[in-house]
Design a binder for this molecule. Sequence first.
Ligand code: NAP
Ligand code: MG
Length: 482
Amino acid sequence: MRKTKNWEYSPAPESTDHIKLKKQYDLFINGEFVPGVEGRYFDTINPSNEEKIAEVAEAGKADIDKAVSSARKAYNKTWSKMLPKERGKYVFRIARLLQERSREFSVIESMDGGKPIRESRDVDVPLSSAHFFYYAGWADKLEYAFPGRVAKPLGVAGQIIPWNFPLLMAAWKLAPALATGNTVVLKPAETTPLTAMKLAEVIQEADLPPGVVNIVNGGGTTGQALVNHRDIDKIAFTGSTEVGKYIMKAVAGSGKKYTLELGGKAANIIFEDAAIDQAIEGIVNAIFFNQGHVCCAGSRLYVQEGIADEVILKLQGRMDTLIVGDPLDKNTDIGAINSKMQLDKIKMYVDLGKDEGGTIYQSSCSLPKKGYWFAPTIFKDVSQSNRIVQEEIFGPVLAIQTFRTVDEVITKANNSPYGLSGGVWTDKGSKIFKVTQDIRAGVIWANTFNKFDPGSPFGGYKESGVGSEGGIEGLMGYVELV
Ligand code: NAP
Ligand code: MG
């Protein structure tokens, strides 16, 4: 039984009986599961207990060659020739199958990646099928998306995704690419390959022509081989700014198109006239949602001076009620950190924050013995130049500063190499308009945070990326307008 300050909850674990997982997963090439040419496999583990779930084939250069040539063949022979409304039907079919199997996908996502079942069930999986539904609808209406122009597909897209929203990132990438007539080679992240493998099953079940979608697993070297492959027309990447910069250099001069969704360090701004209790929930959602493994996490909090003490006190109280533990338990607010590597990175930044003179407060929760865990953490007494204020930590760690005026907080919010997202909490519409116009970030939420819809574009300024995903803008990354 978990104890929180106010309540005691009995365990409410989601059942895993209905999950069908194989011990071994191969590569998905040309509509079939095939072993890698070099026969290498790597383990994927459950980060909440460090147990191995399955082993997954690792794609080498020769496998990437096979996947790209099957995508090319499918592009030339079937997918680019098919009537758009027929293409749309396949994408609709993927959306519906995903919806039907949503429980299975949610549980596997939480097992493989460590996120609470409440999030994979209520956010990741429904939003993934919503993206397929949304882009399926565009397939035969591109002339309305781009009036007076003809939207032609680019060809074969190489797509590389991270581990924080494994299925959702796959959906963000695949849905617009397929709807516009491209074929795909997708590389999931090494620590979270399983929902992509289950998606391969859905793609088979939806009867997509072989080679339209190919899924190859592996780490950075596999991703590199895909980026550097000569017969790729477009690279779509979501991940760190560091790897994004490498990709930009690698494709320079090659004629390959690219879109990059990279890191963030969002400012979440609370004005004195905000509804404080709502704002507290907003802060919790902004930074502790998905263990802070969110590119758009509100990891820099700016509180107006007059309410700073009250907000911090209330936030600490709320942090003490958060339930950290078994990702499959429906009461869990905060699950496991995705990998040992990520946990070490978070610990490194927390030590750094202390060295930089920050005052730390951590939730008074007990953490499970096995697995990778980190308690919700906040830092006060930090300054703009501190590394924990400037750099992306990608964990449940919040840096708090105060401000006095609107102009001051806008300057502080913009003092960042990133520009992906932000939040503003106030009772005044005029402040919302001022802040959202003057902060350079792709999305700024007002009196809410982390709200997503397939119809809204998402993308960053500055070192947060190039291009957008979602909405009509998301189609643009996959078409040439003539
Ligand atoms: P990452 O290390 O950059 O990895 C992202 C993907 O790229 C993974 O599939 C990774 O494979 C692969 N990769 C690694 N090195 C590569 C290389 N040299 N060439 C080609 N591919 C390579 O990022 P991460 O740590 O997984 O994810 C966290 C980052 O993603 C954060 O910075 C976060 O802000 C960002 N993110 C951004 C958005 C957005 O929409 N802007 C959304 C989600 C996440 P392996 O994982 O197998 O090494
Ligand atoms: Mg895993």
